[in-house]
Every structure is written in structure tokens, then in C-alpha cells.
Design a binder for this molecule. Structure first.
Ligand SMILES: [Zn+2]
Length: 317
């Protein structure tokens, strides 16, 4: 049973930003920060299945690919890496690359890495705040400059670089060619609205990623049967007695918790381990009260049967 404020690990990167506001006050000593990793407060806690990060880009990242589970295990890694991005802010021309414009053979990909033509072959797309992208393992991808991104991913650092804009970092040609599915990305599932508060922005076999918008002072129940991360984007919120502000993240597992939205409402991202959206992960408490009231209506005169009070479990299923 865990409900805790995640700690933040600073990861310097040559392409990072020196000003992370409004998401963080960290990094104002001049060294560029590329990533903030949200981690368990206790460093000796078991490693979570998912890794939640913020990415800050002042320059383009390398063009890269991550292996799937099968390829990762062949080279001795525990699992591969499927990830999803949610754009928190984007400069006007900011863009991402997802997949290639057309299919290549492995040897054509190797040639494109060797002669530096890969940036012309990847499929760049402009993005704006609120866009979300699923990056399935094996998809060649890149993140351009001028973006702040919330990323959820399988907890893995298996990254193979195919092109790095002459920054001199190592490329991983053999692994990248072996791990990549060099072609257009699989069609992206459209966002799925679950109710007025919950919008599934990406889903994979490893996680469900939702945007949640909660009205001011509304009360909710979280039932985190599996690992759940919530990143505050706008407005404060309290989780039981823990008050959380934008840029902070909460880790919840095997625990029920009360969430109260702040006076200006709460916008957040929620990611959890599941293969499909999970209703009980976030349920409005008002709905429960109404449900209880329905059960309490007194029987009509002469009637002997009272409405059976449904169990908590069945209300939430
Ligand atoms: Zn990546």
C-alpha cells in the first residue's frame, strides 16, 4: 500500500533547457537539463514497471529506436521500451518524428545511417500543446527543439541512436538496425473519452495514459490496484493528506485514495499498468453518494422487499 510524492532526479543532456519553469525551479545554474525522472521516494523500493519523465528540449534529440521485449531479451535486457508522449508546451514550429516516410529494407536503413540521410527519411510532424503520441517499440523516432513533453514508458534505458546531428555521441548501428521496424508507424488510435473527466490519450500493452480534468473542489476515489502515476499539470490537488502542485507527481499502488481537486480545478496526467482503461482507477464520489441514496429510498407501503445494497466492489466494477 503506497501513496507518496515522487522524488525528482535531474538528468543533464546536451540538448536540454536551463529554465524549466513553470514545471520546476531546478536547473537555473546554467547546465542544460534534458530530463526530470519521477522516482519512488525510497531509493531502495522495488523498481516500478513504468518510468514517468519530463523532457525539455532546446535542440533536437538523436534519431533513435527502442527494442521490443523479444529483441531486448535476446541481448540480455529484461524488457523493451514502448513509450508515449504528451506535449506540455511547444514552440510554434516544434516537431516530432515518428516512423519513416516509406518502408526501407535493413540494408537501406544501414546505408541511410552511414551516409547521414536519415533526417530526410523520417516522418516529421508539427505538434502543439495537448497532442499525444504512442511510440511503439521498433518505431524510429525523434523529438525536435522547443518542446516540453511528459513521457510514460516501460522502465528501460535501451535506446539505440541512429543519427545525432554531429554531437559526437556513439551510434548503435547494428542494434538499431536489428531493433527497428523501418517504415511508417502503425496507425495511431484516436483518443478515447471515458467520461467528462477522463480522456485516454494513449494505450499500449504496457500502460494506459489518460488526461484528467476535474472540476473545482470535486472529490474522487482512486483505486490503484496496479502501479499508478499522476502528474499535476494545472491547479492543486490533495491526495488524502498530501497536497500536490503542478510539476509534481504522485505514485500510488495497491491503495485506495481520496483525491480532492483544488479551488480552480485540477488538470493532470494519469498513467497506470493495464492493458485497457480501468473504470475504478478514478471514480467521482458524488456518483457514489447518489448510488447510496437510491438504495436508501424507503419501500412503498405494503412492500416488504428492500433494495439490496450493492457491494462496494460491484458498484465499481
Ligand atoms: Zn525514445
Amino acid at each position: 500500500m503506497t501513496l507518496e510524492l515522487a522524488s525528482e532526479r535531474v538528468v543533464p543532456k546536451p540538448w536540454g533547457k536551463t529554465d524549466l519553469r513553470p514545471w520546476s525551479e531546478l536547473g537555473r545554474d546554467g547546465a542544460p537539463i534534458g530530463e526530470l525522472w519521477f522516482e519512488r521516494a525510497d531509493p531502495s523500493a522495488p523498481e516500478p514497471s513504468l518510468l514517468l519523465k519530463l523532457l525539455f528540449t532546446d535542440e533536437a534529440l538523436s534519431i533513435q529506436v527502442h527494442p521490443n521485449d523479444a529483441f531486448a531479451q535476446q541481448i540480455g535486457l529484461p524488457h523493451g521500451k514502448t513509450e508515449a508522449w504528451y506535449i506540455l508546451s511547444a514552440d510554434p514550429e516544434a516537431k516530432l518524428a515518428l516512423g519513416l516516410k516509406h518502408k526501407l529494407t535493413a540494408s537501406q536503413l544501414r546505408t541511410a545511417i552511414g551516409n547521414g540521410s536519415l533526417p530526410d527519411l523520417v516522418h516529421w510532424q508539427q505538434v502543439q500543446t495537448g497532442d499525444a503520441v504512442l511510440v511503439a517499440a521498433g518505431t524510429i523516432h525523434a523529438i525536435g527543439a522547443g518542446l516540453v513533453i511528459a513521457e510514460i514508458q516501460q522502465h528501460s534505458d535501451a535506446t539505440f541512436r541512429l543519427f545525432d546531428y554531429g554531437r559526437g555521441r556513439e551510434l548503435h548501428v547494428d542494434s538499431a538496425v536489428g531493433a527497428a521496424t523501418p517504415g511508417p508507424p502503425l496507425p495511431h488510435a484516436v483518443a478515447q473519452r471515458l467520461n467528462h473527466a477522463r480522456l485516454v490519450v494513449a494505450r499500449s500493452p504496457y500502460f494506459v495514459f489518460e488526461q484528467i480534468d476535474l472540476p473545482s473542489d470535486s472529490c474522487w476515489e482512486i483505486d490503484a490496484s496496479s502501479e499508478t502515476w499522476i502528474l499535476l499539470l494545472d491547479g492543486n490537488a490533495s491526495f488524502n493528506l498530501l497536497t500536490v502542485r503542478p510539476g509534481q507527481a504522485v505514485y500510488v499502488e495497491k491503495q485506495q485514495a481520496h483525491l480532492r481537486a483544488g479551488p480552480s480545478g485540477t488538470k493532470a496526467l494519469m498513467a497506470y499498468v493495464a492493458i485497457e482503461p480501468h473504470h475504478a482507477r478514478l471514480v467521482g464520489r458524488k456518483a457514489e453518494q447518489l448510488d447510496t441514496m437510491t438504495v436508501r429510498i424507503p419501500p412503498t407501503p405494503g412492500a416488504t422487499r428492500t433494495a439490496p445494497r450493492r457491494s462496494r466492489a460491484s458498484r465499481r466494477s
